[in-house]
Write a protein that binds this ligand. Structure first.
Ligand code: ADP
Length: 497
């Protein structure tokens, strides 16, 4: 099939969070399964064209938005057979360091930036004479592509067969803009209704994506159910409930070529479930890196997260003083994001310099070293659509402590000393006391070497590779855009010797 895949971030080119990992893996897995995949990204200022062999092309998209010339020129990388990644160059919109904003907050022209990119992506398909079977749009930034497809391009024979799948990676970010900006998208006022992008008098792009898509998916089955409720729907629960017959959940996978302690180039020593010696070296190296006492019997808790409300940093801060008075533990945190959470962590790090190691910043190799060097991984998210870090920590033999929500609920099973089953530690309510209980259960088990090795091995045995998830997406694409009978017959004929 021909799949036009739109994501505002993609590993290894541009990353803020887990969406980049997904966009770095799923299109590649689909390409390996024989599909033709074209991904389009904005050419952000931080993308190093030389590092990734990104070349200029003579393709460009030219159109007007709000009476002004828009579009841009395309650059291209071809990282593997069947997969082309195009980068839309537009100096005013994308030649900035940040993807969505800078130190002062979100960029004020984000609507124009992402609308321009979406429109240009559809124009690219035309320029390539490559009508996609499926437009797969991810998160609010790519929602305008779905809306353009179903409005401005609705009568265009070129897109007659193209179906739109809209994937929600996080309901907490919906793309709200004032009504007055609608003309900047080039969309007609017809879309500004209750059945379209209008939401309490403003533009809500996430809502538009949901309303216009042929199918909506999200990144775990539990999250697909949760977002139909007020606690998780962030105001769109009613819309999602209304669309529930066209809504499903597919768990993200892990790129084990990137996240694997047997081959990870970023860690102090490689290791596997059969031979865990290297993990002890990774732990000692991590303790040294954070100026913490390098002792094997002190449990190290690790955390890598965007510093935002969702991630439960306040819960960790609330339990830390008591935990430290009861137990000899160390906590290592890597994160960046909101100043408020950064300050909470900085205060704690100043108060407990021998127990808390903190790095504020975005440092992917360090994320690997924490996964490998920590004994257990903290992920007390209030909501977590899928979550990748808990799956990474499983592979690194670093059992996660998680709240039972979204993808965490679908991947982590609470360890039971009685049955010996389970790959981590799970609590239910997003409350400090519950998190504290789960951490204490993990610490108790850590002291019993045999039981701890059992939970580590259970964790390392889990398999969340992309192959499974890619097959599920493939099924969904085929259900949306079945091959025409005539095409199928020719394909069958061609296969015969
Ligand atoms: P989310 O998408 O909500 O950020 P996920 O757990 O799905 O959460 O994915 C987070 C991804 O971003 C992981 O690959 C994680 O290692 C990475 N990450 C998050 N914060 C940082 C950071 N400060 N430095 C490096 N990598 C980070």
């Amino acid at each position: 099939m021909k799949i036009l895949y739109l994501s505002p971030e993609m590993h290894p080119y541009a990353k803020v969070g887990g969406l980049a990992d997904v966009a770095g893996s799923l299109p590649a897995a689909l390409a390996d399964r024989g599909h033709e995949v074209v991904v389009v990204l904005p050419k952000y200022g931080g993308i190093d064209v030389d590092e990734f062999g990104i070349q200029p092309t003579d393709l460009s998209a030219r159109f007007h938005l709000d009476g002004r010339p828009a579009g841009g020129r395309f650059w291209k990388a071809a990282p593997r057979p069947n997969l082309d990644v195009y980068f839309l160059e537009h100096h005013d919109y994308y030649a900035r360091e940040g993807l969505y904003g800078g130190p002062g907050g979100d960029y004020p022209d984000n609507l124009q930036r992402f609308a321009n990119w979406c429109r240009a992506a559809l124009e690219l398909a035309r320029a390539l004479d490559w009508p996609p079977d499926v437009l797969h749009a991810n998160d609010w930034q790519s929602a305008p592509a779905v809306i353009y497809l179903k409005t401005l391009c609705a009568a265009d024979p070129f897109f007659a067969r193209t179906k739109a799948l809209f994937t929600i990676h996080n309901m907490a970010y919906q793309g709200y803009f004032p009504k007055s900006l609608l003309p900047a998208t080039g969309l007609p006022w017809d879309v500004f209704t209750m059945d379209g992008v209008e939401f309490y008098g403003d533009i809500n792009l996430m809502k538009g994506g949901i309303m216009y898509a042929d199918w909506i998916s999200t990144v775990s089955r539990t999250y697909a159910r949760e977002i139909q409720t007020p606690e998780f729907g962030c105001g769109l629960e009613g819309v999602l409930e209304f669309k529930k017959k066209r809504l499903s959940g597919i768990l993200n996978g892990v790129d084990y070529s990137e996240w694997n302690p047997e081959s990870d180039p970023h860690i102090a020593a490689q290791y596997s479930a059969r031979d865990l010696a290297g993990k002890a070296r990774c732990k000692a190296a991590l303790q040294e890196e954070f100026d913490l006492e390098a002792r094997a019997n002190i449990p190290v808790l690790g955390m890598v997260a965007r510093l935002v409300e969702q991630k439960g940093i306040d819960l960790v801060a609330a339990i830390l003083p008591d935990l430290l008075s009861e137990h000899r533990i160390q906590l290592v945190v890597l994160g960046n994001g909101e100043r408020h959470y950064q300050e909470i962590l900085e205060r704690l790090a100043a108060e407990y310099p021998h127990a808390l190691g903190l790095r504020v910043g975005f440092d992917p190799p360090l994320a690997h070293r924490i996964e490998a060097g920590a004994d257990m991984f903290l992920m007390p998210s209030r909501h977590e659509p899928c979550g990748l870090n808990q799956m990474y920590s499983l592979r690194y033999g670093t059992p996660p402590i998680v709240r039972k929500t979204g993808g965490l609920a679908d991947t982590i099973v609470n360890y039971s000393p009685r049955t010996g089953k389970g790959n981590g530690f799970v609590f239910s309510k997003p409350e400090a006391a519950e998190l504290g209980k789960a951490v204490r259960a993990a610490l108790k088990l850590f002291a019993e070497r045999k039981a701890w090795t059992a939970v580590m091995k259970n964790a390392m045995a889990a398999d969340f590779s992309w192959d499974k998830s890619a097959v599920e997406y493939e099924k969904l694409y085929r259900q949306l855009a079945p091959e025409p009978a005539i095409k199928k017959a020719t394909a069958r004929k061609r296969k015969r010797p």
